[in-house]
Design a protein around this ligand. Structure first.
Ligand code: BGC
Length: 266
């Protein structure tokens, strides 16, 4: 049996739905011990924990708003109380609150920055504090691994979504600066930037025939992505097979970042 993450502990924020859920299930199938967080979706989170347990794996769900420092500290204490260790952090808790710039409230600006960017900072900081205490030497593989789920909108501007695009642009530099700072400690930090993936965040688009057709014009590869497309890469980045990769963003977007408008124009 393949178990690329056996004896590893993985914390996946936002693991109760969408991309985070797919990553949690994938990691569990590869032998990892799992912690997922949820904010409002307790039933969904419990269902994932049960699913993993029924497959012979280990998982817990912890309620946490990743933008609140005290809750993040409690979350990490819950991880250590349960497993006495941590090897992989995947930051996947995120949201959109869309509006035109001129109509965007400060509240909606702050909410998105707080969860999508400050939440990543808080979790990465706590994970790093722990990883740094682990014994390491130059010849071994990473002692800690941080993966940020970002977005193609860390480089593609998106009108009507300035808060979201700014948060993801921030994640790009958070990732690189953190990767630089932590590399000497044998801690790897990378981002995965998905394009349009079928989750709740964009259900209003892919579940509508007309909007879905328009969306496909932005995807040269001709299909909307699935959470498992992202989970496959998240597994590679968490495993020792990618041990020499740090400070990188990998796009999982069916070519969305290839500027498809230039296919027959320009
Ligand atoms: C957003 C989705 C969007 C996709 C491509 C993602 O980061 O969350 O709503 O469909 O980018 O634009």
């Amino acid at each position: 049996m393949n178990s690329k993450l056996s004896k590893k502990t993985a914390l996946i924020t936002g693991g109760s739905s969408g991309i985070g859920r797919a990553i949690a299930l994938r990691y569990a199938a590869e032998g990892a011990r799992i912690v997922i967080t949820f904010n409002s979706q307790e039933a969904e989170a419990n269902e994932i924990v049960e699913k993993i347990a029924s497959g012979g794996g280990e998982a817990i769900a912890v309620k946490a708003d990743v933008s609140v420092e005290a809750q993040v500290l409690d979350l990490f204490n819950s991880v250590y109380a349960k497993y006495q260790s941590l090897d992989v952090l995947v930051c996947s808790a995120g949201l959109q609150k869309d509006n035109k710039l001129t109509e965007m409230s400060l509240e909606d600006w702050k909410k998105v920055i707080d969860v999508n960017l400050t939440g990543y900072f808080l979790c990465a900081r706590e994970a790093a504090k722990y990883f740094i205490t682990k014994d390491h030497n130059a010849n071994q593989t990473a002692v800690g691994n941080i993966i940020f789920i970002s977005s193609v909108h860390d480089i593609i501007p998106w009108s009507g979504h300035v808060n979201y695009a700014s948060s993801k642009g921030g994640v790009a530099m958070l990732m690189k600066s953190t990767a630089l700072e932590l590399a000497p400690h044998k801690i790897r930090v990378n981002s995965i930037s998905p394009g349009a993936i079928k989750t709740n965040i964009n259900k209003n688009v892919w579940s509508n025939e007309e909007r879905s057709k328009k969306l496909l014009e932005l995807i040269p590869y001709g299909r909307i992505g699935e959470p498992d497309d992202v989970a496959a890469l998240a597994l590679f980045l968490a495993s020792s097979e990618s041990d020499y990769i740090t400070g990188t963003t990998i796009y999982v977007d069916g070519g969305m970042t290839l500027y498809p408008g230039f296919e027959d124009n320009g």
